[in-house]
Ligand binder design. Structure first.
Ligand code: KIV
Ligand code: ZN
Length: 405
């Protein structure tokens, strides 16, 4: 039986109440730092300000606005984004040295809520680069996190290449960073090497073994080299991580970072098995995706989950018919959930009569059955000769039909 309006309102209210009691996952967006680091994705100053303001409006908790020591341009962008920020915490990246950290603080200090994010590579391969032994690196972590904490109340520390770091050493340095005052500990999968179960086990191991771990937020920062960034991030959340680092459209070096739209929509659509909440206004996703694609020059693949051109597009006759009767038949979320207004039916050789009728109605034409039959025959002939039949083609067919009458 259909729900009454009062029942619907009640169940909506109880869903909202339930959502509030669910653990919150902090969404940390690094489109402007790790995303922009992608070769060829450089954005102008104005473009960075625009993207930051859209991220802030969308409800992103932390915006990593850039790497202030990297260039004058990055410093200027992080400074200006900090000054203009409204709700989001603004974070800048710094390597494990005082000069980087001071420069980062100079840029983020204008934000109502600033954060310094400092990192060092802790795996054997990365330790070899600054040529530090384990004890020297541990000391460096202590000194730099302490220095950052003396400047800013909100310090994030990352163990770069954590997923390839020896567990005993990782536990040791995480404990040092916590004791030195870091309130967020990031466990990056820098080269996209981990897999979901391992990603979960790593977070669980740290929460269990490191003294003081229950007083900080653990973050997951995954790269997509094996196509598992979203799965690895969600597995880390299942194990207790409470911050996901991600980018719009999964923009990032090599195969990119975890895509914000994927983790956010996965938690929303599968809230029954992933009972976590984010404060993202998902209806702003599509616009941000288009803006990031346009300013970075990185096209979004057609079949990309959530934001790809085809993500809500139906061509097969059976699917189109099902969607027209009840959207849930072939869609697990509504286009409107991500801010897409029109229902997407792609007209091609697999489309049926019901889809044609609906499409023509959308274009302003309601044809009698015999007229529809004529147009349908000619539509099928046309569809056989081209990949997609556009609105203009349909309008031409309808105009021909009117002339023939
Ligand atoms: O992938 C990575 O390890 C990073 C760090 C700088 C956090 O981007
Ligand atoms: Zn990264």
């Amino acid at each position: 039986p259909a729900q009454t309006r009062a029942e619907a309102a009640k169940s909506q209210a109880s869903r909202a109440e339930k959502a509030q009691s669910q653990p919150k996952v902090i969404i940390f967006d690094t489109t402007l730092r790790d995303g922009e680091q992608s070769p060829g994705a450089t954005m102008t100053h104005e473009e960075k300000l625009e993207i930051a303001s859209l991220l802030d409006e969308m409800g992103v908790d932390v915006i990593e606005a850039g790497f202030p020591i990297a260039s004058e341009g990055d410093f200027a962008a992080v400074t200006e984004i900090s000054k203009r920020s409204k709700n989001s915490t603004i974070c800048g990246l710094a390597r494990a040295n005082y000069k980087d950290i001071d420069r980062c603080w100079e840029a983020v200090k204008h934000a109502p809520s600033p954060r310094i994010h400092t990192f060092i590579g802790t795996s054997p391969l990365h330790r070899a680069i600054p040529n530090l032994n384990m004890d020297e690196m541990a000391q460096r972590i202590h000194d730099t996190v302490t220095h950052a904490r003396n400047l800013c109340d909100n310090v994030q520390w990352s163990a770069m290449d954590a997923t390839r770091t020896e567990h005993d050493y990782l536990c040791r340095v995480v404990e040092i960073a916590i004791k030195a005052g870091a309130s967020t500990i990031n466990i990056p999968d820098t080269v996209g090497y981990t897999a979901p179960r391992e990603s979960a086990d790593l977070i669980a191991m740290l929460l269990q073994r490191v003294p003081g771990a229950d007083g900080v937020i653990f973050a997951t920062h995954c790269h997509n080299d094996l196509g598992m960034a979203t799965a690895n991030s969600l597995a880390a959340v299942e194990a207790g991580a409470r911050q996901i680092e991600c980018t719009i459209n999964g923009l990032g070096e090599r195969a990119g970072n975890t895509a914000l739209e994927e983790v956010v929509m996965a938690m929303k659509v599968r809230n029954d098995i992933m009972p976590y909440r984010t404060q993202i206004d998902t209806t702003k996703i599509m616009n941000l995706s288009r803006r990031v694609s346009s300013v970075s020059g990185f096209a979004v693949q057609f079949n990309k989950a959530i934001v790809g051109k085809n993500a809500f597009l139906h061509e097969s006759g059976i699917h189109q018919d099902g969607v027209l009767k009840n959207i849930e038949t072939f869609e697990i979320m509504r286009p409107a959930d991500i801010g897409l207004t029109a229902h997407n039916i792609s007209m091609g050789k697999h489309s049926g009569r019901a889809a044609l009728r609906s499409k023509l109605k959308e274009l302003g034409y309601e044809l009698a059955d015999n007229q529809l039959n004529d147009v349908f025959v000619r539509f099928k002939a046309l569809a056989d000769s081209k990949k997609e039949v556009y609105d203009e083609d349909l309008l031409a067919l309808v105009a021909d039909e009117a002339t023939n009458d």
